[in-house]
Design a protein around this ligand. Structure first.
Ligand SMILES: Nc1ncnc2c1ncn2[C@@H]1O[C@H](COP(=O)(O)OP(=O)(O)OP(=O)(O)O)[C@@H](O)[C@H]1O
Ligand SMILES: [Mg+2]
Length: 491
């Protein structure tokens, strides 16, 4: 047996295969080929890089892309990894079309479809979820830490000799935080990534979304029966042990509300029975090593701790999550609104998309005579400060660069787009990821008047839109005042 010191951390490589229209592809063959090619060709590999020049591989015609995506070792490590120091984990996968495999939901012959109306099944890895993981920006490493943790736990649960009556892990994850912070999107992206990363253990994947809210609102009086049926259908899917089933219960507080609160008379008996049914269903699913339950909730006061509820506050203002539900949750992960640096990244990616589509055109830079820095120096600094691959590659591009690049190279260019965007980002405190994704486009529609407009005009409009959204200026300012504000931002 390998000692702890000889076990190398994993370097994860994703090989995306071309869609071959239902034809069977030997992913294990491709995996082996790529593994051998990597070992023979490279000394180092860099996280977030796409590898090219694999044309000589026998199955190269099947390969769409090869990406180095993650390192399983200590956080904050350099983004370059020597192959001698890591264990290569190569996963080959094909993206599935929406609708494939949905027929497997039916529970029994002749069942009515009530339960199915509230369950949406997406095959994993899914075309519709491609790129979602990369589009999310969080402070720190929340997504990658969650992914590593769940991957390890799911792999360990596959060990057949493990006695699950002694090792108690429910495989229930709760993402909680303010509205629009990206909980639902992250839960789906996690399911997608897990289906890829656990490809050696599970040949298929399914994302089962339960619309908790519609169960209670539309089927008043019948909810607990419906919850029971929905979970029966999940058991049917999980019968296939090589299928990874990721169940997403959005707005879980609807189904798992506090029975204590209900007992005090504010909730009907139907909701109590539905909560009981959810708890029983989660206990049943515990014995299925191929099922993971991802829940989201934006009732922060409910989740953080019941002690945070003001004792005299009316219950409908501070509803409490059922303690028995919370006790079944293995990981409770807070998903906050983005910090300034994350806000910069979200706004930057949206603006760069507008630049890419020629909706925005570059503005002349008043500081253009300032000497540009030496690329080698920037690379060195980029490497020591961050693991993101695109930190220093935008020297001559029209795109807005990363924050790191701006700090290192553009600190003396007060009027460049990046510096202006950073000023705006620092005013975004309290805005959700959802609002930040919406604002660049909204700003163009509300506060610019011709197409295409320049990046500087767009930034001036964005500054106004941010101030409106955060309540710093009134949305209904008189047009002259608005012109003044825009004028100040242009200055
Ligand atoms: N951290 C983030 N990074 C990038 N985009 C984000 C982020 N958070 C939210 N978004 C954007 O906002 C949209 C809405 O996010 P999502 O529905 O996942 O939020 P939520 O936390 O589930 O909200 P709610 O609590 O209202 O259900 C996403 O499609 C995404 O485009
Ligand atoms: Mg949500």
């Amino acid at each position: 047996m390998a000692s702890a010191s000889t076990v190398k951390p994993a370097l994860h490589i994703e090989v995306r295969l071309k869609s071959v229209g239902g034809a069977f592809v030997r992913t294990d063959l491709v995996r082996e080929e790529v593994l051998e090619w990597l070992s023979k060709t490279f000394i180092h590999l860099k996280i977030d890089s796409e590898l090219k020049n694999y044309d000589a591989l026998p199955h190269a015609y099947l390969i769409e892309s090869i990406n180095v995506v993650d390192f399983g070792g200590s956080e904050g490590a350099t983004s370059y990894h020597r192959l001698n120091d890591v264990q290569l984990d190569v996963q080959a996968y094909e993206l599935r079309e929406e609708g494939e495999g949905a027929s497997a939901v039916r529970t029994h012959e002749g069942d009515d479809d009530d339960a199915l109306l509230h369950v949406r099944v997406t095959p994993l890895p899914s075309k519709s979820l491609n790129g979602v993981w990369e589009s999310l920006v969080f402070d720190g490493t929340i997504p990658s830490r969650l992914l590593r943790f769940i991957t390890r736990m799911m792999s360990l649960m596959k060990i057949e000799s493990l006695d699950t009556t002694i090792i108690n892990w429910n495989r229930v994850i709760l993402l909680y935080g303010p509205p629009g912070s990206g909980k639902t999107t992250l839960a789906k992206a996690l399911a997608q990534k897990l289906a890829i990363r656990l490809g050696k253990h599970f040949t298929e994947g399914k994302l089962v979304e339960i619309n908790a809210h519609s169960v209670l609102s539309k089927w008043f009086g019948e909810s607990s029966k419906l919850v029971g049926k929905m979970f029966d259908s999940i058991h049917t899917m999980a019968d296939e042990e090589t299928t990874l089933v990721c169940v997403l219960i959005d707005e879980v507080e609807t189904l798992a509300s506090s029975r204590e609160k209900a007992a005090s008379g504010n909730e009907c008996g139907d909701a109590i029975r539905a909560t009981n049914q959810v708890l029983t269903a989660l206990d049943r699913l515990r014995h299925r090593p191929n099922v993971l339950v991802l829940c989201t909730s934006n009732l922060i006061t409910t989740i953080v701790s019941s002690s945070s509820c003001h004792p005299k506050a009316p219950l409908h203002e501070l509803p409490r999550q059922d303690p028995a539900f919370l006790d079944r949750v293995d990981v409770k992960q807070h998903i906050p609104n983005p910090c300034s640096a994350a806000a910069y990244d979200i706004l930057r990616s949206s603006l760069n998309e507008l630049i890419r589509c020629n909706i925005l055109i570059p503005s002349p830079d008043p500081d253009d005579d300032v000497e540009k820095p030496d690329l080698d120096v920037v690379q060195l600094v980029g490497e020591t400060l961050s693991s993101r691959s695109d930190d220093w590659i935008l020297m001559d591009s029209d795109s807005i660069p990363t924050l790191l690049y701006m700090n290192v190279c553009l600190w003396d260019r007060a009027h460049c787009p990046a510096r202006k965007l950073w000023n705006i980002s620092q005013r975004c405190e309290g805005l959700s990821g959802r609002a930040l994704r919406r604002l660049p486009f909204l700003a163009l529609a509300l506060h610019t008047h011709s197409d295409p407009c320049t990046v500087h005009e767009a930034l001036a409009a964005l500054a106004v839109a941010v101030d409106e959204e955060t309540g710093r200026i009134d949305m209904k300012v008189e047009s002259n005042e608005q012109k003044d504000v825009l004028g100040r931002h242009f200055a």
